[in-house]
Design a protein around this ligand. Structure first.
Ligand SMILES: NC(=O)c1ccc[n+]([C@@H]2O[C@H](COP(=O)([O-])OP(=O)(O)OC[C@H]3O[C@@H](n4cnc5c(N)ncnc54)[C@H](OP(=O)(O)O)[C@@H]3O)[C@@H](O)[C@H]2O)c1
Length: 265
């Protein structure tokens, strides 16, 4: 157990990217249930209607929080825009400042690595999946550094693909590895930060549908098809329980890396 305050049930400023659907939508609702009254929940993604639907679910789950949506294309947004948006919130009013870097894309899984020769496609992929994570995290941590009694936590949604090569996942593997690497440096430079990369396991979201319909790899296709046929995908409820508990127990040293399939030590 950690020596710091309990993670949940504090007055929190929580920003979740990719909150319009999938894992981000689910976490916005479930995490918000565990926040104290007058916490502020910031929901970011491109789809305004998706964010509005998530906002309604969050408020139904916890009417005591304030929810603000922000429709933004993270692949195009500038670091200075993150700063000016976040500056409207005073970090000293919160016991926990919590950034959930969830937004992401799978990249073109119709291509194998040897065919990834389009520099524009590379730039676009990295802009969303690596650059925006780094610039947003930089803004967030600079504006809300850990300052006792306030805790600052950066949760990164990662994948087994960050540490294992997977055919047709060239963009995805590079992106997830780079995100973790940036956060490891950040954590090393800021020992008081709480940094966790959490790999949620395979979950049947729209991203997985894209893999099933588009991957150039028969190995990947048959693996995901078998999970669909056998109904062995990890459920949103299962993975959410695991990450909520990991944060509560602080069962890792920052920078932590936890996979859904890790067994308790
Ligand atoms: N599903 C899995 O099995 C699995 C496993 C391991 C890790 N993950 C990771 O979990 C995270 C969420 O994935 P998911 O499965 O929930 O996928 P998803 O259903 O496709 O959701 C992706 C989210 O990212 C947002 N997003 C995409 N492009 C964006 C952009 N340019 N600007 C702003 N927001 C953008 C989307 O919102 P808009 O389209 O509204 O912008 C959406 O809310 C990703 O980082 C993924 O790599 C997923």
């Amino acid at each position: 157990m950690s020596e710091t305050s309990p993670f949940w049930n504090r007055k929190t400023l929580m920003l979740i990217t990719g909150a319009s659907q999938g894992i981000g939508e689910y976490w916005a609702v479930e995490f918000s249930k565990k926040l104290a009254k007058d916490s502020v929940v910031l929901l970011w993604a491109r789809s305004e209607s998706g964010l509005e639907a998530t906002k309604n679910k969050v408020l139904a789950a916890n009417p005591g929080v304030v929810v603000k949506t922000h429709a933004v294309d993270l692949s195009k947004a500038k670091g200075s825009e993150f700063n000016s948006y976040l500056s409207q919130f005073n970090g000293s009013e919160f016991e926990l400042c919590f950034l959930v870097n969830n937004a992401g894309s799978i990249g073109d899984v119709k291509k194998f690595a040897q065919d990834m020769n389009d520099e524009v496609e590379w730039h676009d992929y990295l802009a969303l999946n690596v650059v925006s994570l780094a610039t947003l995290t930089s803004s967030f941590v600079s504006l809300y550094p850990p300052s006792a009694p306030r805790e600052t936590c950066v949760l990164n949604v990662t994948s087994l693909a960050a540490v294992e090569p997977m055919p047709s996942f060239g963009f995805y593997c590079v992106g997830k590895a780079a995100r973790e690497s940036y956060l490891k440096v950040l954590a090393k430079e800021n020992p008081k930060l709480n940094v966790l990369s959490y790999s949620p396991g395979p979950i049947h979201t729209n991203m997985v549908e894209t893999i099933l319909t588009s991957t150039a790899s028969s190995e990947i296709k048959s693996g995901f098809s078998a999970m669909r046929a056998g109904k062995t995908f990890v459920t949103l409820a299962q993975t959410t329980d695991k990450v909520i508990k990991a944060l509560a127990d602080r069962s890792y040293a920052s920078p932590g890396r936890i996979d859904f399939y890790d067994r308790p030590e």
